[in-house]
Design a binder for this molecule. Structure first.
Ligand code: FES
Length: 164
């Protein structure tokens, strides 16, 4: 179970684990085999004015995912996933699983799709989400899919034509 403490001191979920502090945000974490890492630093562009703190789409997405996935999947805030022009961005990762980096997500519009995709990912065993089972937001927003570390140990020789 995880929790989010808002800058004003509000707490969305019960305190159960170590805290992670990012700027004025404090998140309380738990452990599970699968995790969603959500960038809480991306600022959604707003035409006609400078970005403000409430233009951050990541923290509300963390809070919403923590509320929906408590006890199932860890939802972990991170500061940057290096795809800053595609907020919201998140990573689906798990031990011995493929890792997905996904962007262009909307914390309101795509919440249910993210929850379903995360549950499918957790149930998959290897992390591979078949194309037909990926929600539309994941199909459009996928940036990278990275093999599990165990793949390198199982295939120590680089494929022909690739640097070793
Ligand atoms: S600030 Fe969000 S990916 Fe860089």
């Amino acid at each position: 179970m995880a929790a989010l403490r808002l800058p004003a001191g509000g707490l969305i979920r019960p305190v159960v684990g170590p805290a992670v502090r990012l700027g004025s945000w404090e998140f309380l974490m738990s452990e599970s085999e699968v995790a969603i890492f959500v960038c809480v630093s991306c600022r959604r562009p707003v035409e006609g004015r400078d970005a403000r703190e409430d233009d951050l789409p990541g923290p509300p997405l963390v809070a919403a995912l923590q509320a929906r996935l408590a006890g199932e999947i860890s939802v972990v805030p991170v500061e940057c996933l290096a795809v800053c022009k595609r907020p919201c961005t998140l990573v689906l990762a798990g031990s011995s699983r493929w890792t997905y980096l996904i962007g262009d997500l909307d914390s309101d519009r795509d919440l249910e799709e993210i929850v379903e995709a995360a549950r499918s990912y957790a149930a998959s065993g290897n992390g591979i989400l078949p194309w037909r089972e990926r929600p539309a937001s994941f199909r459009k927003g996928v940036i990278a899919r990275v093999p599990p570390r165990a793949t390198a140990a199982a295939n120590p020789a680089a494929p022909e034509g690739l640097p070793s």
